[in-house]
Design a protein around this ligand. Structure first.
Ligand code: CA
Length: 179
């Protein structure tokens, strides 16, 4: 997921990479994500790579996104404890999606009131994030001092470091796991 391409998208157009192992580098909107994840029970797998080519993953047994009337609220449960990346989403569970122009986060005065603006992403922010996968894309992974606005999964790498590549993959729960 290339965060830099995403951070200024508005709510309805916010894009999201899923099923990338199947479809190649693909981006879909939150509306499509909602429709998809409401058809069946889906599992989520997040795969990430840093700039030293280390890889890690996190899996959740249940992943669903509400519709627009609920601001694409996130439902994610069933974190797999053996995930090598650690958990970066459970604290986002139940949060609505926020963008630079639609603020649904829990930040009042903190962070200027908008996590999306402060951290240059579009995400299910609370106050503010454990993961920021649509954050600003830094070519060498080194985030500008004090910004913490990169592509981040804090359980794996500190928010001073931006990840090189992140993919979010969803799969129906009745499909056999590969790994
Ligand atoms: Ca706010």
């Amino acid at each position: 997921m290339r965060g830099a391409r995403l951070f200024q998208e508005s709510l309805k157009q916010s894009v999201f990479g899923v099923l990338s192992g199947v479809l190649g580098e693909h981006w879909i909107g939150n509306e499509v994500l909602h429709l998809l994840t409401n058809q069946k029970n889906y599992r989520l797998r997040v795969e990430m790579t840093d700039w030293e080519r280390n890889t890690a993953w996190a899996e959740y047994d249940y992943f669903m996104v509400d519709d627009e009337s609920e601001s694409y609220r996130l439902h994610v449960t069933g974190f797999r404890n053996d995930s090598t990346a650690g958990d970066g989403l459970l604290k986002h569970n139940g949060m609505k999606f926020s963008t630079w122009d639609v603020d649904n986060d829990l930040a009042g005065k903190d962070f200027g009131g908008s996590c999306a603006k402060r951290f240059h992403g579009a995400w299910w922010y609370f106050k503010c994030y454990k993961s920021n996968l649509t954050g600003r894309y830094y070519r060498d992974g080194r985030i500008t001092d004090g910004m913490y606005d990169g592509v981040s999964w804090k359980a794996w790498r500190p928010s001073t470091v931006s990840l090189k590549k992140v993919e979010m993959k969803i799969m129906p729960r009745n499909v056999q796991k590969v790994n």
